[in-house]
Unconditional design. Structure first.
Length: 205
C-alpha cells in the first residue's frame, strides 16, 4: 500500500482548526481508489482540509492509496456519473459496515464555481466520512452535517470550514468506539443529498 504525501502551500492557512473538545483522540485510515480523477493539487488541499476538520472531532486521519482497507474508509471518485444514478447527490456513503464512499466529482465540477470546488470537495469528504464514522443515518440543523447546504454555508466555505455540532462529535466518538470494521456490502447504503443547495437557493450552481 503506497502512502500519498503532498507538499501543501499557503492556501491551507485558511483552514487551520483547533480541536474544541477534550475527548479521546481516535485514528482512522482513509484509502483512496488508485484511479483518482481529481487533479493532484485540488485533492491534496481537499484532503488537508478534511484532515483539519476531522481534528475538531479529535479524529486523526491517515490517507493512503489502494482499492480497499480492512479497517477504515474507502473512497472512490466518479467522473461519468449517469444522470439517473442517485440524482441530485454529489456523493453517497455506505456506513453499515463497508465504510465505502463514492464521490461524484463530475457533478461537483458542474454544480459549483471553480473557486469553491476544492473547499466543497473537502466538505463532501468530511460529510460522508462522518456518516461512516457515526454509523447512522442522520443530519444536523447546521454545520458540515446539515442536510442541504445553503448559500451562506457555501460563502463561509470560501474562507472558513463549516463546523461540527456538539452532537456530531459525540456521535462520531460513540460510532468509532462501537464500530466493527468489516466489509458488509449487502447491507443498505445511505445516500446523502447534503451537497445539494435548497430548491430556492441557486448559490454555487
Amino acid at each position: 500500500m503506497k502512502l500519498i504525501r503532498f507538499r501543501i502551500g499557503p492556501i491551507l492557512a485558511l483552514f487551520t482548526l483547533q480541536p474544541a473538545y477534550a475527548v479521546t483522540r481516535e485514528e482512522v485510515t482513509v484509502c483512496l481508489h488508485p484511479d483518482v480523477v481529481v487533479q493532484g493539487q485540488t485533492l491534496a488541499v481537499a484532503e488537508k482540509l478534511a484532515e483539519t476538520m476531522l481534528a475538531e472531532a479529535s479524529v486523526r486521519s491517515d490517507w493512503c492509496s489502494g482499492r480497499a482497507v480492512r479497517e477504515g474508509i474507502s473512497i472512490e471518485f466518479s467522473e461519468r456519473t449517469p444522470e439517473d444514478f442517485h440524482p441530485g447527490a454529489v456523493a453517497f456513503a455506505r456506513p453499515y459496515g463497508s465504510g465505502q464512499i463514492t464521490v461524484f466529482y463530475d457533478r461537483i465540477l458542474k454544480r459549483y464555481p471553480a473557486n469553491l470546488v476544492t473547499a466543497v470537495l473537502g466538505h463532501v469528504l468530511v460529510h460522508e466520512m462522518t456518516h461512516v464514522l457515526q454509523g447512522i443515518d442522520r443530519h444536523s440543523e447546521c454545520g458540515v452535517m446539515r442536510a442541504h447546504w445553503t448559500s451562506a454555508d457555501l460563502n463561509q466555505m470560501a474562507t472558513k470550514p463549516l463546523s461540527f455540532t456538539a452532537e456530531d462529535i459525540e456521535l462520531i466518538q460513540r460510532g468509532i468506539e462501537a464500530r466493527t470494521w468489516v466489509r458488509a456490502d449487502s447491507r443498505p447504503e445511505y445516500r446523502t443529498m447534503a451537497m445539494r443547495t435548497t430548491p430556492n437557493d441557486s448559490a454555487g450552481r
